[in-house]
Design a protein around this ligand. Structure first.
Ligand code: MGD
Ligand code: MGD
Ligand code: SF4
Ligand code: MO
Length: 866
């Protein structure tokens, strides 16, 4: 089979990948050495893509009311219900909720249908939870949502400030680029994050500021720039408006709000004011805040005042999260935008888009933003809702309320590839083609447009997302305007429309690609037109405001809306882990990605844990005014006292009590509408279950327990369990859990310790095993998981026999190297550097995402040895 050049479907780095299908539904995946985002590198998630291609769990036919249906009946129903809602209740009674993971072509078609034909701007996307504050900040400062710089700036900077970004885990290939730049030119790295993340491993300075206080920090930077003569007077005079007011307001703000020491603050201000080539990278620690837009503008103010923008190695850099977060912004996926960075509020822009489409409608006011949209679903204003490529029942704040709203909606359609918490609530589920089966383009963080190309046939009846939308449009009577025959046709129309935007003076103009050879399109940074090709923006001014000047804004810092109080004394921070992608519908298919962290957890400071009587690996009951969760206790001084951190990834499918958005209040930024996902308030208490359990099996499990978290492992499935009451009969419990009513049961009970070990055997093979104990079960989990399905019941011992080494939990996912293997090698071979570990065990030599953890292991062991 020949190799196909395509693009990773996960994060906004947008790495190129080379895929060689094996002809049996699988494929070998490698980094594309010629792609300008990654030059051949991949992270653990990208490298494991080949393990996520199976059809297990895929939706292969349309489903109506829970039963398989034909495309014709499903599409007729969807078109009929949307039509009826619009006829009876007006266009604003329908809504689309889309995703920054849709391809540009999918996005374009959905937007065209709802805005130009259904006639409402009630279309928003999960980018509202992700990039909306950056978009709003860019628009306020630059007059358009333009990312000024490129990835090359990270290679060329002398100071990189990472604000609210865990780059090591969330943009691993960019992080590796930064590591390389640091080695080559000694780039200074500052991390601004209340939590000590893996990214801090390369930090020359870590500023663990008070949550939400970033604007106070950047106001202090602005004041220092002014007081130390580091303002670029010429640039400001020519290209910037609002300097004096911004500075006066910055002077009035109190740097003490950050809680940083005077010494750390002084060092940071020193570095920032005296370094010309500064890149400030920012992400969700900035955006996901009730003052997110102001935080963005506080950062932009500093770059505008110093003229450090749009030059090699200098600029603000909002890194995007999803593979096509940037493309979704370009195509007008947000409720307040039109395609090609045109504005819905601008009559000339509306007329231009409607004229180009020759469409019957065009809304003249913005639609509902994500959180408002689901409020409108809840109170019945939205009668028909179509959710595509996102899982809002898990990822929107106050997710229990969101799930109730979706369930209660008159008519909900969900397009997905697999069963999720959201598809379970839908009236109609439509099967979409997945990565590897579909064709289109995505735009990454540095404005580079890359092709996703198919290398597998569409399974079952799955159809491309854009085609499903076009099929519905046709059934609503607009077939002629939705008659493309390929994604390439859609792209050509979109590129032509961008030329109209370019003529109106907008930044997003890729009209130069309207006639391009779509199939052969190499990675291309926009803009692409007669006026400008790729490159940076704003080095010489040219902002997209009426007077072409950027705006500095007066920013008064505001702390998070929810305040801790005796009832809810902890600040809950949420985010991501290294090897999982969002709600895990794809990454959790790869066993090796489940081995790094297999469960939802709550990171809590040792003093707080001691105060609450929380022991390592026990469970915590977490409550907020919105909801509750049960999470594994992980005691760590990476979080500050009074703060806790939990990952966002677990869902009803993987760990029903681990859904952290059930805890998060639906508080939003007043400008961008982005939720404050990083600053909920919660109470934490020890949960004392009657028993803890660990289960492995070849087949799927049906856990019935107060707490459970399941994951795929090499031999099948593994799960963690805890129950509030002891089962009457352990054997019966195990048989039901594993759905093995007739297997032979071997059981070992230790009455003194209160432990039970049960293996269910068939034909001499252990098909499943359950380990239960009154305390957290201590076992060699990796070893047991590797034994399941093998002959004999040796796994019941719970640990390897003499002479066999238990590798321990996986640290390096690419090369599958375990914790114990690494610590043993460090001790016995006297390893003293991460590179030496790599030479001895290969750990950390592929994607490099685990290098911070290797460094931490080394440091811990060397400290212990002293
Ligand atoms: N492995 C992995 N990578 C991913 C994803 C994934 O699911 N898994 N998702 C992708 C997506 S869509 C996105 S948006 C990106 C997100 O990428 P990041 O933004 O880097 O990731 P997060 O973990 O959400 O949050 C970043 C950091 O913000 C910090 N933070 C919290 N509050 C504050 C604050 O008030 N100020 C500051 N300065 N920092 C704060 C948190 O402690 C956290 O370490 O990751 C992308 N990459
Ligand atoms: N507490 C908290 N909440 C957060 C965040 C946080 O940091 N903290 N981060 C927020 C951010 S930044 C983001 S981006 C969101 C992400 O949140 P979501 O977008 O809700 O999460 P995903 O799991 O990425 O959902 C993508 C869905 O698309 C499906 N899918 C995969 N491929 C295809 C396809 O080709 N076609 C179709 N139709 N479907 C497909 C997947 O199976 C999955 O169900 O979460 C937000 N929520
Ligand atoms: S850094 Fe990893 S997840 Fe992101 S695009 Fe590259 S390979 Fe994919
Ligand atoms: Mo995101």
């Amino acid at each position: 089979m020949s190799t196909v050049r395509t693009t990773c479907p996960y994060c906004g780095v947008g790495c190129g990948v080379l895929v060689t299908p094996n002809g049996a539904g699988g494929a070998m995946v490698k980094g594309d050495p010629d792609h300008p985002a990654n030059f051949g590198r991949l992270c653990s998630k990208g490298a494991a893509l080949g393990e996520t291609l199976g059809l297990d769990g895929r939706i292969l036919t349309p489903v109506v009311g829970g039963a398989p249906a034909t495309w014709d009946s499903a599409l007729d129903l969807v078109a009929g219900r949307f039509k009826a809602a619009i006829r009876d209740h007006g266009p604003d009674s329908v809504a689309f909720y889309l995703s920054g993971q849709m391809l540009t072509e999918d996005y374009y078609v959905a937007n065209k249908l709802i805005k130009g034909y259904m006639g409402t701007a009630n279309v928003d996307t999960n980018s509202r939870l992700c990039m909306a504050s950056s978009v709003a900040g860019h628009k306020r400062a630059f007059g358009a949502d333009t990312v000024p710089g490129t990835y090359d700036d990270l290679d060329q900077a002398d100071l990189v400030v990472l604000v609210g970004s865990n780059l090591a885990w969330c943009h691993p290939v960019l992080y590796q680029r930064l590591v390389a730049a640091k080695a080559a030119r000694g780039t200074r790295v500052v991390v601004v994050d209340p939590r000590r993340t893996a990214t801090c491993d390369i930090a020359d300075l870590h500023l663990a500021l008070a949550p939400g206080s970033d604007a106070a920090l950047f106001n202090a930077v602005l004041v220092a720039l002014a007081d130390r003569g580091a303002v670029n007077r010429a640039y400001v005079a020519q290209h910037v408006a609002g300097f004096d007011a911004a500075l006066a307001t910055a002077r009035a703000s109190d740097p003490a709000m950050t809680g940083l020491t005077a010494q750390d603050m002084a060092l940071f201000l020193d570095w920032f004011t005296t370094t010309d080539r500064v890149v400030t990278v920012y992400s969700q620690g900035i955006n996901q805040s009730s003052s997110g837009t102001d935080k963005v503008n506080a950062i932009l103010n500093c770059h505008l005042a110093s003229g450090r923008i749009g030059r090699p190695g200098a600029g603000p850099f909002s890194v995007t999260g999803q593979p096509n977060a940037m493309g979704g912004r370009e195509v007008g996926g947000l409720a307040n935008m039109l395609a090609c960075h045109l504005d819905i509020e601008n009559p000339a822009h509306r007329a231009a888009v409607q004229g180009f489409w020759k469409s019957p409608a065009m809304p003249d006011k913005p639609g509902l933003k994500a959180v408002e949209m689901f409020d409108a679903v809840a109170d019945g204003r939205i009668k028909a809702l179509w959710i595509i490529h996102t899982n809002p029942a898990v990822t929107l704040p106050d997710s229990d309320a969101v799930a109730r709203a979706i369930k209660g909606c008159d008519f909900t359609v969900v397009s997905d590839i697999t069963r999720t918490d959201t598809t379970r609530l839908a009236d109609v589920v439509l099967p979409a083609t997945a990565w590897g089966e579909k064709s289109g383009t995505v735009t990454n963080s540095d404005r580079t447009i890359s092709r996703q190309r198919p290398f597998l046939p569409a399974p079952g009846q799955a159809r491309d997302d854009w085609r499903i939308v076009a099929d519905v449009a046709a059934r609503m009577g607009w077939g002629a305007d939705f008659g493309w025959t390929s994604a390439g046709d859609v792209f050509a129309e979109y590129a032509a429309l961008s030329g109209v935007a370019g003529d109106l003076g907008r930044d997003f103009d890729i009209s130069g690609l309207a006639q391009a050879d779509y199939d052969a399109l190499p990675p291309t940074r926009w803009p692409v037109n007669a006026r400008k090709q790729g490159g940076r923006f704003f080095g010489g001014g040219g902002f997209f405001t009426p007077d072409q000047r950027a705006r500095m804004l007066p920013i008064t810092p505001r702390l998070p809306v929810a305040k801790t109080a005796p009832r809810y004394p902890f600040r809950l921070n949420t985010g991501r882990i290294r090897d999982q992608w969002h709600t895990m519908t794809r990454t959790a298919l790869a066993p090796r990605l489940n081995q790094h962290i297999a469960e939802p957890f709550l990171e809590i400071h040792p003093s707080d844990a001691a105060g609450l009587g929380l022991m390592p690996a026990t469970l915590a009951h977490v409550t907020s005014p919105q909801g509750q969760a049960i999470l594994r206790v992980s005691i760590s001084d990476r979080v500050q006292r009074g703060h806790v951190f939990a990952p966002m990834h677990w869902s009803g499918e993987t760990a029903p009590s681990g859904r952290v958005d059930a805890l998060v209040a639906p508080v939003t930024d007043p400008v961008s509408g982005q939720p404050e996902s990083k600053a909920a308030v919660v109470a934490v208490a020890a949960l004392v279950p009657a028993w803890y359990g660990f289960a492995v099996s070849v087949g799927p499990q049906n856990p019935d327990a107060a707490y459970w978290a399941r994951a795929r492992c090499e031999g099948g499935w593994r799960s963690e369990l805890a129950g509030t009451a002891l089962p009457h009969n352990w054997e019966a419990y195990a048989r039901a859990l594993f759905n093995l009513p007739d297997a032979t049961c071997l059981s070992v009970e230790d009455r003194v310790r209160g432990t039970h070990r049960i293996a269910l055997m068939e034909g001499g093979r252990a098909l499943a095993a359950l380990f239960a104990a009154p305390d957290p079960v201590q076992l060699a989990r990796g070893h047991i998981a590797a034994q399941v399905g093998q002959a004999g019941a040796a796994l019941l011992a719970g640990r390897p026999g003499a002479g066999v080494v238990d590798p321990g939990p996986t640290v390096c996912a690419c090369l599958n190297v375990g914790l114990h293997t690494i610590t043993t090698a460090i001790a016995t071979q006297n390893l003293t550097s991460v590179d030496q570990i790599g030479a001895a065990l290969h750990a950390g030599t592929s994607c490099g995402s685990c290098r911070p953890e290797l460094a931490a292991l080394l440091a811990r062991q060397m400290e212990a040895a002293e």
